[in-house]
Design a protein around this ligand. Structure first.
Ligand code: NAD
Length: 480
C-alpha cells in the first residue's frame, strides 16, 4: 500500500487529523494506497509556511528562481519512467501517453517558465514632455493552484511553475482522484533545492481542503482547472473577497470537417482528437460536424479507424486506450450513452463497458463510442461527457457549420479541417472558442494564450498571460 503525504514547509507529513482517503487503481479497481484527507488545520500550517517563505522568495533573483526550476525539470526528466508508470497506474491512461505527453510536458512547462520569467518585462508609457509612467509587476503573495485528474502532473506543474517563477509562494492541491505524481513531485522539489515553504502541496477533497483554500483570506489569487460547476461554486463562494481568479473549465469542442480536407490525415487526427486519453482531455473534439458530400465516406473511414485503437492494460507499451479514471466517472459516461439512445442516437460503434481479462478484470474500461442521428441541441450534444464518446453530424454550408459549432454553452477549443484558406480564416475569426486549430489538434506552443470563453472559463493561462496573471501591475507616474 502506497501512503501519500502532504508537503508542507519542506517536509513530508501526515494530515493533522490522521484521516486518509483510499486511492484506487482504475485499471484494476483495486485500492492501492491512501491519501491525506486534509482540512483547515493542514491549511493553516501551509499558509504559515508560505507566509514565512514569502519575503525571501519574492526577493530571490529571477536567475536563482529560474535555476531551481530548471533543476526540478531535470529531475522530472531523470525520473520520467517512474513518473509515467505512476501516472498510468493512478489515472488509467496508457503508459506511452503518460511518458510522451504528461511527463514530457511537465518538465517542458517548468523549463519554459523558468526561462520565460528571466525574459519577462513590463511596460512604460511616456506622456511626451509631461511625465513617464512605468509598470511594476510584483508577485501577488500566497496563491492557490487547484488542478483536475485528467492530466495530473502536467496541469499541476502548468500552474505551479509560472506562479513560482515570478516569486509567489504557492499552496497547491492536486485532484484527490490522481494524487500520486504530485506526491512524487514534492520529493523532487526537496531534491531540487526549493526553499521550504515556497511550495506546499496539500492533498484531499474539494469539499474539505479545496473549499477551505479558496476562501482563505491570505490566499490572494486562485488558479483553478476543473469542471464548470466547480468553477461556478468557487466564483460564488469567493465573490465578495475580490481575489484574482483564473478559471479553466469544461469543454464540448466542435470539429469541423470539410470536403476539401486531406482525407486520410483528417480521419486519423479526428479520431485522435476524439479519443486521446479515453476522451478525457478538456480539448477533445467530441462534436464532429462533417460536410454532407463526404459524410458517408468519412463515417465509414472514421469507424474503421476507431476499430484499430488498441485497448488494453495501461501498463503495456502498445496500449492506446486505457481505463477511465474512476468507477463513478465510468458510470457517468455509460449513463450518457444510454441517454443518447433515448434521444434517438444510433450507436455506430462501441457503446459498452469492456470486461477485460486477467489483471484488469475489474477495471473501468469503456469502448470508444461513435453516435449519429442526434440533434445538435439534445443533452448528449450539449453537455460535457468527458469520456470516449463522440457524435457525428452532417452539415451543408459554412454558415450552418459555424452555427452548429457555436450552438453550445462551452467555448474552449475547436478544430477545422479544410484546404480553403479564406474559409479557415473566416471560421477562425467567428468561432466562439479560446483556441482554434486548423488542420491539426493539440499542437501546443507554450508561448500562446490558453483558455476558453463562455462556460469554458475566465482568464487565460500559458506564456506571458500566466506571468501576468501571477503578478500585480502597479503604475508609477513620474512628472518631468
Ligand atoms: P472538478 O471540478 O471535480 O475538480 C477539479 C479540482 O477542484 C480537484 O482538485 C477538486 O478536488 C477541486 N475541487 C472540487 N470542488 C472544489 C471546491 N468546492 N473548492 C475548491 N476546489 C474544489 O473537476 P475534475 O472532475 O477533476 O476534472 C474534470 C473537469 O476539468 C472537466 O470538466 C474538464 O473539462 C475540466 N478541465 C478543464 C481544462 C481546461 O484547461 N479548461 C483542463 C483539464 C480539465
Amino acid at each position: 500500500m502506497k501512503k501519500i503525504q502532504n508537503y508542507i514547509n519542506g517536509e513530508m507529513i501526515d494530515p493533522v487529523s490522521g484521516n486518509h482517503l483510499e486511492n484506487t487503481e482504475p485499471a484494476t479497481g483495486q485500492v492501492y494506497g491512501s491519501i491525506p484527507d486534509s482540512d483547515d488545520k493542514d491549511l493553516i500550517m501551509a499558509v504559515n509556511a508560505a507566509e514565512n517563505a514569502q519575503y525571501d522568495w519574492a526577493n530571490t533573483s529571477a536567475e536563482i528562481r529560474s535555476k531551481i526550476l530548471e533543476n526540478l525539470a531535470d529531475l522530472i526528466d531523470a525520473n520520467a519512467d517512474e513518473l509515467a508508470r505512476a501516472e498510468a497506474i493512478d489515472n488509467g491512461k496508457p503508459i506511452s501517453l503518460a511518458k510522451q505527453v504528461d511527463i514530457y510536458r511537465s518538465a517542458a512547462n517548468i523549463r519554459f517558465f523558468a526561462h520565460a520569467s528571466t525574459q519577462f518585462s513590463s511596460e512604460s508609457h511616456s506622456m511626451e514632455n509631461t511625465a513617464i509612467n512605468f509598470t511594476l509587476r510584483d508577485p501577488i503573495g500566497i496563491v492557490a493552484c487547484i488542478s483536475p485528474w485528467n492530466l495530473p502532473l502536467y496541469l499541476f506543474t502548468w500552474k505551479i511553475a509560472p506562479a513560482l517563477a515570478v516569486g509567489n509562494v504557492v499552496i497547491a492541491k492536486p485532484s484527490e482522484v490522481t494524487p500520486m505524481t504530485s506526491y512524487l513531485f514534492s520529493k523532487l522539489c526537496i531534491q531540487a533545492g526549493l526553499p521550504k515553504g515556497v511550495l506546499n502541496i496539500v492533498h484531499g477533497t474539494g469539499q474539505n481542503i479545496g473549499s477551505a483554500m479558496v476562501v482563505h483570506p491570505k490566499i490572494k489569487a486562485i488558479s483553478f482547472t476543473g469542471g464548470t460547476s466547480t468553477g461556478a461554486h468557487i466564483a460564488k463562494s469567493t465573490a465578495g473577497m475580490f481575489k484574482k481568479m483564473s478559471l479553466e473549465l469544461g469543454g464540448k469542442n466542435p470539429t469541423l470537417v470539410f470536403a476539401d480536407c486531406d482525407f486520410e490525415e483528417t480521419v486519423t487526427e479526428v479520431v485522435r482528437a476524439a479519443f486521446a486519453n479515453q476522451g478525457q482531455i478538456c480539448l477533445c473534439g467530441s462534436r464532429i460536424y462533417i460536410e454532407r458530400s463526404i459524410y458517408e465516406k468519412f463515417k465509414q473511414a472514421f469507424i474503421k479507424k476507431v476499430a484499430t485503437i488498441k485497448i488494453g492494460d495501461p501498463l503495456e507499451q502498445e496500449t492506446q486506450h486505457g481505463a477511465l479514471v474512476s468507477e463513478q466517472h465510468m458510470q457517468k459516461v455509460l449513463s450518457y450513452i444510454e441517454l443518447a439512445k433515448t434521444e434517438g442516437g444510433k450507436i455506430l460503434t462501441g457503446g459498452n463497458q469492456i470486461k477485460m481479462n486477467g489483471r484488469c478484470a475489474n477495471g473501468y474500461f469503456v469502448e470508444p463510442t461513435v453516435i449519429e442521428n442526434l440533434d445538435n441541441f439534445c443533452r448528449t450534444n450539449q453537455e460535457e461527457i468527458f469520456g470516449p464518446v463522440c457524435t457525428i453530424m452532417p452539415f451543408d454550408s459554412d454558415e450552418e457549420a459555424l452555427a452548429l459549432a457555436n450552438g453550445n454553452e462551452y467555448g474552449l477549443a475547436s478544430s477545422i479541417w479544410t484546404n480553403d484558406l479564406k474559409r479557415a480564416h473566416n471560421l477562425a475569426k467567428n468561432i466562439e472558442a479560446g483556441i482554434v486549430w486548423i488542420n491539426c489538434w493539440l499542437l501546443r506552443d507554450l508561448r500562446t494564450p490558453f483558455g476558453g470563453v463562455k462556460s469554458s472559463g475566465v482568464g487565460r493561462e500559458g506564456g506571458l498571460e500566466a506571468l501576468r496573471f501571477f503578478t500585480e501591475p502597479k503604475n508609477v507616474c513620474i512628472k518631468y
